[in-house]
Design a protein around this ligand. Structure first.
Ligand SMILES: C[S@@+](CC[C@H](N)C(=O)[O-])C[C@H]1O[C@@H](n2cnc3c(N)ncnc32)[C@H](O)[C@@H]1O
Length: 230
């Protein structure tokens, strides 16, 4: 059995198979919606900060999740939040979360959409995420962080801000509940889960992103424990 509060370098389908029905209270997932190499130009060039010098995407081929994945996700988790729901043909419940990235005039989407069965309305979260332009905080996400040195470091081409997951867990996950992220990427969800005091498991299939995510999490927790000591 895999352990809570650990992340694993493995295919999420193999990971989820190890859990009984309804083990997780909430799954917050962000699966790839394109298969990889043929969309090479999609991300631009490189992200470099912690030595991840490579063109994107890097995995040989990402399998776009289909019905088997979403059925399995719903088997192991009582509730779900699925980012990129507009790219998947699956009968999601009617709740939606809109993340407004507070950017205009680029060729990329202004917003991202998640489907959820937690409610049947539409909720909005605003947090600036446009290259070096990043939001200030969960409460003032539409205002630009004044000091770029305090910006969140980016280690993954489709990294979502920790603040987005902070907002999700503050609103939809009680401390001590069990949360799953099947497609960890940079591990932003893991950092927010740690802060929220929820029990967390994540999977990442790419060994290089997995290693980068592990290092990011280690750096984050060692910095915050130092902060708590001083
Ligand atoms: C859209 S990204 C997730 C980004 C993440 N939300 C973040 O904030 O950084 C999807 C990730 O899923 C990984 N992935 C693709 N197929 C996978 C699978 N079958 N199991 C686990 N991870 C997978 C990819 O390597 C990629 O890092």
């Amino acid at each position: 059995m895999l352990e809570l509060n650990q992340c694993y370098n493995m295919d999420c389908m193999k990971g989820m198979a190890q859990f009984p029905d309804g083990f997780f209270d909430l799954a917050v997932v962000d699966p790839p919606y394109f298969s990889g190499p043929e969309r090479r130009g999609y991300y631009g060039s490189k992200v470099s900060k912690i030595g991840v010098y490579r063109d994107y995407p890097v995995s040989p081929v990402w399998e776009i999740p289909g019905r088997a994945y979403f059925d399995e996700l719903r088997r192991v988790a009582k509730h779900y939040i699925v980012w990129g729901c507009n790219y998947f043909s699956y009968e999601f419940a009617s709740g939606r979360i809109v993340w407004d990235k507070c950017k205009k005039g680029t060729s990329f989407s202004d917003c991202e959409l998640a489907a959820t069965d937690l409610f049947n309305t539409v909720r909005l979260f605003r947090f600036m995420w446009n290259g070096m332009l990043q939001g200030k905080s969960v409460a003032e996400g539409h205002i630009m962080q004044g000091n770029k040195k305090l910006n969140e470091q980016r280690i993954h081409p489709t990294q979502k801000p920790v603040a987005l997951y902070d907002w999700i867990f503050q609103n939809y996950a009680a401390p001590g509940c069990r949360v799953l992220d099947t497609h960890l990427g940079s591990g932003s969800s893991r950092i927010a889960a740690y802060e929220a005091g929820v029990d967390f498991i994540g999977f990442e299939i790419d060994p290089i992103y997995y290693a980068a995510e592990e290092q990011r999490f280690l750096d984050y927790t060692s910095q915050t424990s130092l902060f708590h000591l001083t």
